[in-house]
Design a protein around this ligand. Structure first.
Ligand code: MG
Length: 352
């Protein structure tokens, strides 16, 4: 309840322009925070057996139920967190692939989920150097398990159907290594391009899913859709029915993807498929990004998890920190970009 209150308070703050009003609202929020903390202390005093409070301990394995993703108590859940940038050698984003950054995102941003985006085909990716890229990914996965948060193992590809055998070998190893951990979510194809769902992406997905399921029977698997994971409508007309616990990727960037994509995604939900936003980006507070607000309200309404792109300091609109910021967390507010400030606001106040 308190989370929902904070979320809407923060939404309201998006719309307030006067600094005095912001200060006043922040003050009100602080008072609210302290009153919540007192309540928490009281309940802790009367509950001697304090259980592990990590999000994965509380929610366990995530599974699909109808068009929702539910926790171990069969309750629909929506989590917020961060995606790392492409893992490729020497692209810059790989410098952030360390346990300190994961710890910082969990503790300072309240991230409940992170995504390791392992580049595949492009220079410096998995096909060029599988050891370095896999090690980076495993660093993030191991850190997320240590921190008790969810983690997406993302095959960050635009042409995965061209490298099916490599994908199967990789996910076989991931399922063997991590299949027993409730933290793990497999994302087997980041963003297919302009290819057929039924004739290209779906057949690829069925083969990779079969490989994973022969080892790991139960962890959530997320599948991309054509046109940069925006054609969830096509998926909903021909979904995967031969395996359980399959959800579908939806990606949006607020400057490009607006009401038309929400309507398309809503119709896909209505057709019965579950969605998972494994990437979204905004241009942050550089303008009043009302689209970010609309998307977040949509995610909240439909109980959809979302992961913000990207943990990086590259000089581009989606990076959450400014060029030269620490690569191990410990960021001050002044280290964050406008997109980073907006993302932190949303993630750290997202209601569980
Ligand atoms: Mg498993």
């Amino acid at each position: 309840m308190s989370g929902i209150f904070l979320y809407y308070m923060k939404n309201f703050i998006f719309l307030i322009k006067s600094e005095f009003q912001i200060n006043f609202l922040l003050f009100a929020l602080l008072i609210f925070f302290f009153s919540c903390e007192n309540n928490d202390q009281k309940s802790a005093e009367i509950t001697p057996d304090i259980i592990d409070s990590s999000v994965v301990m509380q929610n366990g394995l995530l599974t699909v139920s109808g068009n929702k993703i539910v926790n171990k108590n069969n309750e629909p859940v929506s989590f917020a967190g961060n995606s790392f940038f492409w893992s490729n050698d020497n692209w810059g984003g790989e410098r952030f692939y360390n346990s300190s950054t994961v710890k910082w995102l969990k503790n300072d941003w309240n991230a409940k989920i992170v995504r390791a985006a392992m580049g595949v085909e492009d220079p410096g990716g998995y096909l060029d150097n599988n050891q370095s890229n896999k090690e980076r990914l495993k660093t993030i996965v191991d850190a997320a398990i240590d921190e008790g948060i969810y983690v997406i193992i993302d095959w960050h590809s635009h042409n995965a159907e061209d490298h099916l055998e490599e994908a199967k070998i990789f996910f076989q190893e991931m399922a063997q290594t991590y299949g027993e951990y409730e933290n793990i979510i497999y994302e087997i194809y980041n963003e297919p391009l302009n290819v057929s769902w039924s004739d290209v992406v779906k057949p690829y997905a069925l083969e990779v899913i079969q490989t994973i399921r022969s080892i790991d029977p139960d962890n959530l698997i997320i599948v991309g859709s054509p046109e940069w994971s925006q054609r969830v409508d096509l998926v909903s007309e021909d979904p995967i029915t031969t395996f359980d616990n399959i959800a579908y990727t939806l990606h949006f960037y607020t400057v490009h993807h607006q009401e038309w994509l929400r309507e398309r995604a809503t119709s896909a939900l209505n057709n019965g498929i579950p969605l998972f936003v494994t990437e979204w980006g905004s241009i942050g507070y550089s303008i009043i990004d009302s689209e970010a607000n609309k998307w977040m309200n949509w995610c909240h309404l439909n109980k959809i998890s979302h992961v913000n792109w990207a943990v990086n300091d590259k000089e581009e609109e989606w990076s959450i920190v400014k060029p030269g910021a620490s690569t191990t967390g410990n960021w001050q507010e002044s280290d964050l970009t406008e997109a980073g400030k907006l993302a932190k606001n949303i993630i750290s106040n997202w209601p569980d």
